[in-house]
Design a protein around this ligand. Sequence first.
Ligand SMILES: NC(=O)C1=CN([C@@H]2O[C@H](COP(=O)(O)OP(=O)(O)OC[C@H]3O[C@@H](n4cnc5c(N)ncnc54)[C@H](OP(=O)(O)O)[C@@H]3O)[C@@H](O)[C@H]2O)[C@@H](O)CC1
Ligand SMILES: [K+]
Length: 497
Amino acid sequence: MRVVLQTWTSAQVRAAEQPLLAAGVPLMERAAFALHVHTAAALRELRGGVAGARVVVLVGPGNNGGDALYAGALLARRGVAVHAVLTATRAHEAGLAALLRAGGRAVQLAEPVDEVAALAAGADVVLDGVLGIGADGSGLRGVSGALVDAIVARGRPYVVAVDLPSGLGVDDGRRDGVVLDADLTVTFGAAKPCLLLPPGARAAGRVVLVDLGLDPAGAPEVVRLDPSDVAALWPVPAPDAHKYTRGVLGVVAGSRAYQGAAVLTTGAAVRAGVGMVRYLGDAGDAVVAAHPEVVVGHGRVQAWVFGPGVSPDDAGQRRRIEYAFEHVLERGEAAVVDAGALELLPPHVGPHAVLTPHAGELARVLTLRGEQVDRAGVEAEPLRWARRAHELTGATVLLKGPVTVVAGAHGAVYAQADAPAWLSTAGAGDVLAGLLGALLAGRVDDVHDDPSLAAALAATAALVHGRAAHRANPDGPISARAVADALPGTIAEVLAG
Ligand SMILES: NC(=O)C1=CN([C@@H]2O[C@H](COP(=O)(O)OP(=O)(O)OC[C@H]3O[C@@H](n4cnc5c(N)ncnc54)[C@H](OP(=O)(O)O)[C@@H]3O)[C@@H](O)[C@H]2O)[C@@H](O)CC1
Ligand SMILES: [K+]
């Protein structure tokens, strides 16, 4: 069993299985065996034993249904009462024969679905083998959709998804139409992007990866960083470092009306361990009162944070940001572009500019560039729109949400799910901006050597931000300031491994 941290597209998975199938490796039998083992473990946990349990297997037209039927046969041989529900006019023939031989039963699904829905809702476990990587991403259609709706209406039993929750957009995490949410997903050979990407990933529950010996070619489509990845990415100071070699961050944030944003952004940067922070704006007194380490005024910097707490009617901050966009990105300084600065972004920048919008702000960035999309559209397809914004602006894009999606240079995509829901609170974005600014300031030269590093640093910031929130208050309300205060300890912990 492995934790899912890298995912490959359905095309990459299909290409990788070809040489093994050609060599006669029994992939389906191996997949089904592992599926039955994990289902039996779930049954033991749910009811203390396997024999005598009731399992309903939802079977679609393809090999995903074949996996489920073979697993059903293995469970039937262990004394489980297995009912297969055939949701299409065809089903994997050899798998169905194996199930019937083992004593399982099969029914053809037809309207009305009530009787079958009651059977499934009353089962100890439902195996969802309707659709796998052959799904077109439009959800469960027709009678399958009606069945799932009827099961959910009766109270969803424990669901094990076979390879992936049926009907999700495999490569993009889309969740259109009916999808049966799972408690456990047993995925085969290589994990699929929908298991990490919002909004679909939430339907997968716990994910286990069954190693079938596949070796997918090319880079993984979507990656999730793990705390053990952070040490290689963090700008840990060398023994002979001084404050200028460690990176100086300029912050243009806050205003007379929004002093807190300036305090939180600079405070996060200081606590993230940047060499020095310079602040520009009208909240300098509040910033220095809270963080005497911060220097107010101009000077050389390696990276910037633009925009937290900057309102469109603040002429002074606007002018500073517009001036900076004209000069600093060309000089090669990196920048976090947040909140009020997003609207001021020039037509084209490089990946060393990292945009940090939430869905509504990203929709605005896109509509300003001629795309027709609103907030709900971005939330439905976060990867598609983060990528589109990267293509249109050249910037690295960190799209905030329950799962943070980052799209950057050379096709780099990350999906980070480190933050508790409690973190969606005022000021949390300011802390993220300061933290990310500190990382960019420390590694700007490396970002120029490898522009995709900006995406990895953005994912690192999301990871550390989320873990700091857990550290600040596990399972309860969190203030943005508490997240900033938790940064030094969190960083030390992840660097220690
Ligand atoms: N990779 C590996 O190493 C291994 C893979 N294995 C397994 O194989 C699975 C892939 O099997 P697969 O190719 O047969 O595709 P699968 O998803 O079962 O069926 C697709 C068919 O469903 C249909 N259809 C599509 N969308 C629909 C919709 N919205 N609503 C309704 N119907 C829809 C469409 O049929 P059509 O409508 O065109 O007749 C399409 O042809 C994979 O997920 C894994 O479980 C393991 O056995 C071994 C190792
Ligand atoms: K499935």
